[in-house]
Design a protein around this ligand. Structure first.
Ligand SMILES: Cc1cc2nc3c(=O)[nH]c(=O)nc-3n(C[C@H](O)[C@H](O)[C@H](O)COP(=O)(O)OP(=O)(O)OC[C@H]3O[C@@H](n4cnc5c(N)ncnc54)[C@H](O)[C@@H]3O)c2cc1C
Length: 395
């Protein structure tokens, strides 16, 4: 750290994928950047996702075409820029007699997905001939009518976040873990940011502040003076279970046997990862835990499709690890599963130097960073760039 520095162009609150992405983009564009995180870099939502770098086939059902197009473009970019961290992986969609999504609908969805992938070879999909269905080890074959195979990508979300943070640091950004924002004063000519670090309170002047605190976005807003109104949000927990069951060679895209949702059964370091759920939380005061209902839901779906894997009790004994991430969804009267997953960027006329991010996806962190950089440039003007983020390999 540069001990002399007591002012920066941009202070970023939060070192998840959103914050570190913005730090990398801003530092590469020549701005002086400080990023603080109250815990570990990439230790929260960005370590507890489904770990997919994907267009989001299911978002087509809710008409989020722009998000899918943008995500597919970002998938292509990340496969090129982070080849050791983001890997293509085959996805399989089995369709049974009782499946709500019929083969024609899946074929139509995959055709649109391929079209939105533009010329990306990962856009191709096939109907898997029935002689190959038993390659999906343990999958129930009774009532199976069709299996479609398409492509998306998988990553280690925490390692990806930390790789982006290292890249930002290499470009000169100051990044502090275990540094919590305590308060922020917003003035017409700049902001004073107060934070704890190394057991003491510190202060930094910043021309602009980006609030990328994920689920804590409104907690950060509550620490701003003069006060400002926050967007009303819901916190929606998503649980994952890691089972001591050797993984299949791809990801299964499974329709829940309990509701209209889709869950994934994924390989994760050789074992089987299942996720996810959507459980509304009323507070974030304690760190979220997987509930008994979430365990029963995920294991119930797994057992429905893999009946020979064991009873529910036997499957419970195979859980090696479980984790939860928390989504931020602007409040709406619809089910969480159906709500838009794009990032919402919020500034207030009364606080033009503060930008707050709500929600978003791991996959689209680069396009979010590019949009935030435009906001920065509008306020501070251009600087001489140090590097081109489209050429920086993440490792
Ligand atoms: C269950 C689940 C599954 C998901 N799966 C996928 C997926 O497969 N693919 C995909 O593309 N997206 C997925 N997402 C979305 C994606 O994970 C998130 O959009 C992304 O990780 C959010 O990153 P973030 O940086 O906004 O938040 P976070 O990663 O939560 O980072 C916020 C950071 O702010 C810090 N912070 C909070 N308050 C303060 C403070 N006062 N001072 C300093 N620091 C503070 C926290 O410590 C934290 O590290 C999923 C999300 C969930 C919940």
């Amino acid at each position: 750290m540069n001990r002399e520095r007591n002012s920066v162009d941009i202070a970023i609150i939060g070192g998840g994928i959103s914050g570190v992405g913005i730090a990398q983009y801003a530092a590469a564009a020549g701005y002086r950047v400080l990023l603080i995180d109250k815990g570990e870099i990439g230790g929260q939502t960005s370590a507890n996702s489904s770990k997919l770098i994907h267009g989001g086939l299911r978002y087509l059902e809710t008409g989020q075409i722009n998000l899918v197009r943008k995500s597919l473009k970002e998938r292509r970019n990340l496969l090129n820029l982070a080849p050791t961290l983001v890997k293509p992986v085959p996805f399989y969609i089995p369709i049974y007699r009782e499946s709500r999504r019929r083969p024609w609908a899946i074929r139509a969805g995959l055709s649109v997905y391929a079209l939105l992938s533009e010329l990306d070879p990962l856009g191709r999909f096939v109907s898997v001939p029935s002689v190959h269905w038993q390659r999906l080890q343990g999958l129930k074959l009774a009532g199976l009518e069709a299996v479609f195979q398409y492509w998306d990508a998988q990553t280690d979300d925490k390692l990806l976040t930390q790789a982006v943070a290292r890249s930002a640091q290499a470009l000169g950004a100051d990044i502090y873990a275990q540094a919590e924002l305590l308060g922020m004063e917003h003035r017409a000519d700049g902001c004073t940011v107060r934070f704890s670090h190394d057991g003491r309170e510190r202060q930094m002047e910043a021309s602009l502040v980006v609030n990328a605190a994920g689920p804590w976005v409104n907690e950060v807003i509550a620490r701003v003076s003069p006060p400002l109104t926050a967007v009303d949000i819901d916190w929606v927990q998503g649980a994952h279970l890691l089972l001591a069951i050797p993984a299949n060679d791809g990801i299964l895209y499974l329709e829940s046997c309990f509701d209209n949702r889709v869950i994934f059964v994924m390989p994760w370091y050789g074992q089987t990862l299942i996720g996810t759920t959507e459980t509304e939380l009323s507070s974030l005061t304690t760190s979220p835990q997987v509930t008994a209902a979430e365990r029963a839901y995920l294991l119930g779906i797994y057992q429905h499709y893999f009946p020979l894997a064991g009873s529910l009790d036997e499957l419970k004994d195979k859980i090696i690890k479980e984790y939860c991430g928390v989504r931020v969804l602007p409040k709406q009267p619809t089910q969480a599963f159906e709500r838009a997953r794009d990032t919402l960027m919020q500034t207030a006329v009364s606080h033009p130097r503060l930008l707050s991010l709500y929600g978003g996806k791991l996959t689209t962190f680069r396009s979010t960073s590019a949009e935030v950089l435009q906001w920065v440039t509008r306020h501070l003007g251009r600087r001489s760039a140090l590097a081109d983020v489209d050429r920086i390999i993440l490792r």
